[in-house]
Design a protein around this ligand. Structure first.
Ligand code: SF4
Ligand code: SF4
Length: 120
């Protein structure tokens, strides 16, 4: 009975193909509740730093003095906690993925209040 179940699972997996996609060549379709990447409306930000303190992966850095908000997208696990905790609701989840990169610094995005932006 056990070997029959195992054989059934093996055959099913062989026929259904891999569950993963060859990102970025192939992208999974977004749904209404897909968590893509964190975006900020910097004009509303009060630089309280709560998003950075709440982030479980330390992906967000807020520098109040230079009015700068930074995220390392390679560290972000898309948990949505920063979006929920922001007191002025200036963070949101965009329905798109962060661009693929082979560089560790390639996921860092810096947004300044003046509107100066580096990264994507
Ligand atoms: S929690 Fe919101 S207002 Fe506070 S620093 Fe983060 S993005 Fe800005
Ligand atoms: S979504 Fe989660 S992991 Fe990503 S920056 Fe926000 S709190 Fe951090």
């Amino acid at each position: 009975m056990r070997s029959f179940t195992m054989t059934r699972i093996i055959i099913k997996n062989l026929l259904s193909g891999p569950a993963t996609l060859m990102y970025p060549k192939k992208k999974r379709a977004f749904t209404a509740i897909t968590r893509g990447r964190v975006a900020t409306d910097i004009q509303k930000c009060i630089f309280c730093g709560m998003c950075g303190k709440r982030c479980p992966t330390y992906a967000i850095t807020v520098t109040k003095d230079c009015k700068e908000w930074q995220i390392d997208r390679l560290k972000c696990c898309a948990c949505n906690l920063c979006v929920e905790i922001c007191p002025v609701k200036c963070l949101s989840m965009e329905n798109q993925y962060a661009p693929a990169t082979t560089d560790k610094a390639g996921g860092i995005v810096t947004v300044k209040l003046e509107g100066a932006t580096s990264g994507t």
